[in-house]
Design a protein around this ligand. Sequence first.
Ligand code: NAD
Length: 333
Amino acid sequence: MFDTILVTGGCGFIGSCFVLQQMKQYPDIHLINLDALTYAGNPDNVKEVADDPRYTFVQADVADRPAVEAVFAQYHPTQVVHFAAESHVDRSIDGPDVFVRTNVLGTQVMLDVARKQWQQDACIDTARFLYISTDEVYGDLPLESTEKFIESSPIKPSSPYSVAKAAGDLMAQAYHRTYGMPTLITRSSNNYGPRQYPEKLIPLTIKKALAGEPIPVYGDGLNVRDWLYVEDNCRAIDLVLHQGTPGQVYNVGGNNELSNIDLIHLLLHALAQQTGNPEETYTRLITFVPDRLGHDRRYALDSGKLCSSLDWVAGSPFMESLAQSVSWLRGTS
Ligand SMILES: NC(=O)c1ccc[n+]([C@@H]2O[C@H](COP(=O)([O-])OP(=O)(O)OC[C@H]3O[C@@H](n4cnc5c(N)ncnc54)[C@H](O)[C@@H]3O)[C@@H](O)[C@H]2O)c1
């Protein structure tokens, strides 16, 4: 009997990387990808596995309880990795409603349907529900501090996006404590890599640079993010799913803290090297724009727990993986 794993949001950036990795790694897997295909979901992201008999795609909304119940009743997944979310902070500032529906209600529906099915199937002790959370649930740190968030740091989210993600994170913890649900949580820092929707900083910068259009930089450009290669994150998610302790939270950081403006210069340097154009062709496009409302200053994660308890390392070399991402965005890899 094959393990059936249900991945939500598997047509998005991180979810698609996870789907492709899992299909490679586990020959006996049956993977269900449940995705509503919002603007951020692209079926081409997983086209390599679309015809694989071990793969099933279901177009559905995680907040649509009957649709989620039908998937559980038909396929009886015993592992759930819940990526599906509205994921862009700027969009959450413009219109928070859908963030509450998908990230809060959708997560509660997923948890509740899984709980009832697993109780009925008497597999609640061996099943696993992994909620994909974010470092943004901790809020931000001052630029001048050297502090990093650990898993027991207070939850203090700032934007409608991070508040909705924090609500889902806390709901997963409540289901563990209240109902004994085998929930696990990963909180990762900013991911980079192929297949990211071009509204986020890295793909947006490359897209604008290639089009010769202004490259927008919020505020003074000094806001700091910790960059994690998406494949390293997906390896961490796989480890936590299979070896993590239910009820636990695991930080996943890249240990690559950079200000936005420094990151943009690195990207434009890589782009200039790849195209042979002078760097100035691209750097002259950098345009400072009014800051994002409530913009978090610095995120930094301590991933010591994941490294020591599950032997994880963020192994991908930063400059090389960044250059590969640029080359993917140029459509040359
Ligand atoms: N991208 C990052 O740097 C980052 C960092 C930390 C945590 N996360 C978290 O990781 C997860 C994945 O992020 P991403 O960057 O891949 O997001 P994404 O926006 O690229 O993809 C989201 C996917 O979810 C699907 N989706 C959205 N609403 C849905 C709904 N109601 N029902 C079913 N499917 C729905 C979309 O169609 C899309 O395929 C999210 O939960 C996000 O909060 C992302």
